[in-house]
Design a protein around this ligand. Structure first.
Ligand SMILES: CC(C)(COP(=O)(O)OP(=O)(O)OC[C@H]1O[C@@H](n2cnc3c(N)ncnc32)[C@H](O)[C@@H]1OP(=O)(O)O)[C@@H](O)C(=O)NCCC(=O)NCCS
Length: 148
């Protein structure tokens, strides 16, 4: 297993995973490409036996108080083995080392697994965006961790 920075060459493979894992809210190829190539982003992919099995990314503008965790996903067969936690800890560490004082993310109200992960890392819900995810009409929880 190899964790490495995401590149523009990974967009096609990650897009396929994204559409399978987030059928209602998948990012487009352009959004992924922008994240993977932004100088202010930190996106990684995890390869295992020649295939990408997980990816994660965050964004922070230099000098900004706030960093955003944009995405984290592990393919179904690789879940439950600590990989999501390892990637998430890596994003939090990058945001912190890059100078952010607050880290924000959004999570579906019905995604209890992800909420468990974030809460176990000290994130708290600070706002609810009602009906943010459409057409399912699911709320978004905005979660925050203060790191300074
Ligand atoms: C959320 C996700 C990234 C977690 O990845 P993972 O590799 O399975 O997670 P880990 O094995 O590292 O577990 C990390 C924590 O997640 C939570 N968790 C994992 N599996 C869980 C389950 N089946 N039920 C409840 N909580 C669970 C626990 O808090 C766990 O910590 P613990 O082992 O100390 O209890 C993965 O489930 C996933 O990709 N889900 C689909 C995409 C998604 O929802 N992304 C988040 C969008 S906001």
């Amino acid at each position: 297993m190899n964790i490495r920075p995401a590149t523009a060459n990974d967009v096609g493979e990650v897009l396929g995973l994204e559409q399978a894992i987030f059928p209602d809210d998948a990012w487009s190829a352009d959004m992924l490409a922008e994240g993977f190539t932004s100088e202010y982003g930190h996106y990684v992919v995890v390869e295992h036996e020649g295939a990408i099995i997980a990816y994660a990314g965050a964004y922070h503008l230099p000098g900004d108080e706030i960093a955003d965790i944009h995405t984290i996903a592990v393919t179904p067969g690789a879940r439950g083995n600590g990989l999501g936690a390892e990637l998430f800890d890596g994003l939090v560490a990058w945001c912190t080392e890059d100078g952010a004082q607050r880290i924000l993310l959004e999570v579906r109200a019905d995604n209890l697994v992800a909420q468990n992960l974030y809460q176990s890392r000290g994130f708290q819900t600070i706002a609810v965006r009602e009906g943010y995810y459409q057409p399912a009409n699911v709320d978004a929880f905005v979660m925050e961790k203060r790191v300074a």
